[in-house]
Design a protein around this ligand. Sequence first.
Ligand code: ZN
Length: 233
Amino acid sequence: MSKITQFSTIGALMAGHFRGEAPLSAFCSHRAFGLGCSAEISGELTIQDGKVHEATAGEALHCLSAETEIPFVQVTEFTPQQERAVSSVTHENAQEQLSRFIRPDNIFLAVSISGKFEHLVLRRPHRADDGSRSVDQVASAQQVDRHEAIEGRLIGFWTPELFGRISVPGFHFHFLDVKSTISGHVLEFSAQNAVLSFEEKTTIEIVNPSSMSFKALDIDVDALDEMIYRIEK
Ligand SMILES: [Zn+2]
């Protein structure tokens, strides 16, 4: 079983530390599966088979090169331990559906839900023209798109509440369609018939940023929890 490896934390990202600082190549093998965001939160990253797709509002989906420096990424090598056919799965009942097969409360899981989605809502940020915007400015200016009858895969993780400042607590999904043309952070979904796959991950390795600007970052931990829920959930 491979571990989850990540650069930085959702907490640091939401506290405003989103400059590109670590190359993708340090984290993404040719089997990498996961998600992240690009420098200055210019795009949502969805990672499958080592390919890093950047979804940015107003731009065609494209792949980032291995040298690209990013502020946050969370990846693993996904070897499903269970693959289950599920019906009528939605963002609202996904936890309940997962809980039929494994109790997720205190564990990390890599998770994928694949199939044809009758309804899917994705979010993409706009590219930063300079480095001066705040997380709130990025969040309020994002583009939200609704899709119907789209085939593809939700790629992401389940994080226990206990670790909710390291990674988004509960599910965090990004989407990639079968043609690799549509992607983004998942806000809503529903699929009549889908395959839910997951793998328990007992080890998580976090590479903390080491830059001077990170060391100087002031983090209001109480405000942070509220922000993670408001922006990432
Ligand atoms: Zn996301």
